[in-house]
Design a protein around this ligand. Sequence first.
Ligand code: ZN
Length: 138
Amino acid sequence: MAAPRFWREIMNRYNLIGTKCGNCNKIMFPPRYICPHCRRMGKLEPFKLSRRGKIVTYSIVRVGAGGLEEQVPYVLAIVELDDGPRLTTQIADCNPEEVKIDDEVELAFRRLGEDGKDGVIYYGFKFKRINKSQVAQL
Ligand code: ZN
């Protein structure tokens, strides 16, 4: 695959693209064809979502599903983005015991796993907690 196309696809995955309804202005993720709020079709436009949000609730996974055995324990959280939509995501780079509800998080691009048969490594989004001392420096 040519490098420019490869990087374009990476960036598309690295940004969260949802949809915004042109009728009622609600923002949703994953993208929809019919607005679940006002039931209109054809008014939905792609919308680049905020890369930041906060943890609404979470659980610590100690028994990994197929392909995730090596990653346990890990945190699976419901994150509410600054734009409003909620999504389920893994929280990367953290000590599961330190995660708290309302922790601020941001989008992170991470290795998700490996296809065992041909060894292809695949990537996608997770979220990571925003270091409070880093925030103070901004
Ligand atoms: Zn709508």
